[in-house]
Design a protein around this ligand. Structure first.
Ligand SMILES: Cc1ncc(COP(=O)(O)O)c(C=O)c1O
Length: 457
């Protein structure tokens, strides 16, 4: 057994029940897929197993439809910076204040990334060093709170993220999390009355908005008014919608007086994997800097910091506004089609980049079964809990799907009609293996019309 087959068999035994087990990676070294730049020759020569897996991933990304709303395709320029020699440099500290020598170029890229982030989000201060979205949130909490302090965030089953106080996270051992919910699951309106009541009773030091599976926009003005009543700070975790805000398709929480924004950089913002903390006021930003380093992290991952700067430069261009607007148009088209077909959508539609569909009620199959079925036709999305879900997280009632990645590939509203048609036919023919296999061929042929940035197919 080759090393790669052995590793894949080990991985296959770990995948959850409804995921498609990976049993085989075909050798793809001579496939039609190649990076745009001939830069993988060294990898191919040095490590054929890893090279083969990389070629397989290129094929998967090219021949499949990516509907996971937290994923995207970065530009070749971002990819190049991510794979650059900035990886080799330790640069603990901040531009102009480092613990090691040799920082003339790391200072340039980090300063550029900071300047561009501030401009993009109208921020007073930006810290671009958090390794990902979760560490950005944790670092922000520690900058603002003392152990035992209270944070108010959205009920997790209504769309909040694990880092907003899920009991499985360590952060709940240190801070107390209290909850608000949606008032009406069918419209998505948040329960601002409950928010005010809970805030008055619990006296949170921080009020948190921004979610992982919520298809609507927040009324930042109302949240800020409640926070002012109880003297709380306001933080928006805009990990999912950062690109929509940057591109002007969504409101910016800073325009309503929010104090802090945390975000990932790799979802709608279409940058490298990473996190970022922004503050409206410069003074609060200094606290964030201390909290990220030395409070929480070690050296920044400088090739990612530099690549964030490249992505922010792209997001500042006028074309990014069209991109952000198209993401929302595409998601709305998806929602309209599924609603017209009698499906139940949580919040009754979408105002952002994602749709949350109750598969159990709509089609009589669980979210997990649905995810697996769509995998078989080359459409990737994820099973997801719906608000007050009676089912378990590993096989919940819902599916979550979205449009950031397919919009990057150039798909427009009419293409949503085609994709929804593939999905609905898969549901209808789910017991017919040959119909499903034929449908998969159709999906591949459709995908090949839309190039993936960074891959020459
Ligand atoms: C709202 C929200 N915050 C934080 C995160 C965490 O980001 P990361 O996976 O980069 O740690 C996510 C990731 O999905 C998210 O949706």
């Amino acid at each position: 057994m080759s090393l790669i087959s052995y590793l894949m068999s080990q991985v296959a035994s770990l995948v959850p029940r409804h995921s498609k087990p990976v049993t085989h990676i075909a050798p793809l070294s001579s496939s039609r897929y190649s990076p745009l730049m001939p830069i993988y020759d060294a990898l191919k020569a040095s490590d054929p197993d890893m090279y083969s897996a990389l070629m397989g991933e290129m094929k998967r990304q090219t021949d499949g439809v990516e509907l996971i709303p937290s994923e995207n395709y970065v530009s070749p320029a971002v990819l190049e910076m991510m794979g650059s020699v900035f990886n080799n440099k330790y640069s603990e500290g901040y531009p102009g204040k480092r613990y090691y020598g040799g920082q003339e170029y790391t200072d340039i890229v980090e300063a550029l990334a900071i300047e561009r982030a501030k401009k993009l989000f109208k921020a007073g201060h930006a810290n671009v060093q958090p390794h990902a979205g979760a560490p950005a949130n944790v670092a922000a909490y520690f900058a603002l709170l003392e152990p035992g302090d209270t944070v108010m965030g959205m009920d997790l089953s209504h769309g909040g993220h694990l880092t907003h106080g899920h009991p499985v996270t360590y952060i709940t051992k240190i801070f107390k999390f209290v909850r608000y919910k949606m008032k009406d699951i069918n419209t998505g309106e948040l329960d601002y009355d409950e928010m005010r009541e809970v805030a008055k009773k619990e006296n949170p030091k921080l009020i948190l908005v921004g979610y992982s599976a919520y298809p609507r926009e927040v009324d930042y003005e109302k949240v800020k008014a409640i926070a002012d009543e109880v003297g709380a700070l306001t933080m928006a975790d805009m990990a999912h919608v950062a690109g929509l805000i940057a591109g002007g398709a969504h409101k910016n929480p800073f325009d309503f007086g929010f104090d802090i924004i945390t975000t990932t950089t790799h979802k709608t913002l279409r940058g490298p994997r990473g996190g970022m903390i922004l503050t409206r006021e410069e003074e609060l930003g200094k606290k964030m800097d201390k909290s990220v380093f030395p409070g929480f992290q070690g050296g920044p991952i400088m090739q990612m910091v530099a690549a964030k700067g490249v992505a922010f430069g792209e997001a500042l261009r006028p074309e990014f506004k069209d991109y952000a607007a198209q993401i929302v148009k595409n998601a709305k088209r998806f929602a309209d089609i599924f609603l017209a077909k009698g499906c139940r959508l949580i919040t009754g539609g979408t105002s952002n980049h994602l749709v949350l569909l109750d598969a159990q009620t709509s089609w009589g199959i669980s979210g997990g079964e649905c995810e697996h079925l769509f995998d078989r036709i080359g459409i990737t999305l994820n099973k997801n809990m719906i608000a007050d879900d009676p089912r378990k997280p590993m096989d919940p009632s819902g599916i979550r799907f979205g449009t950031p990645a397919i919009t990057t590939r150039g798909m427009k509203e009419a293409d949503m009609d085609t994709l929804a048609d593939f999905m609905l036919r898969a549901i209808e023919k789910r017991a017919d293996d040959s119909a499903i296999a034929k449908l998969h061929e159709e999906v591949i042929a459709f995908c090949r019309k839309f190039p993936v940035p960074g891959i020459k197919a």
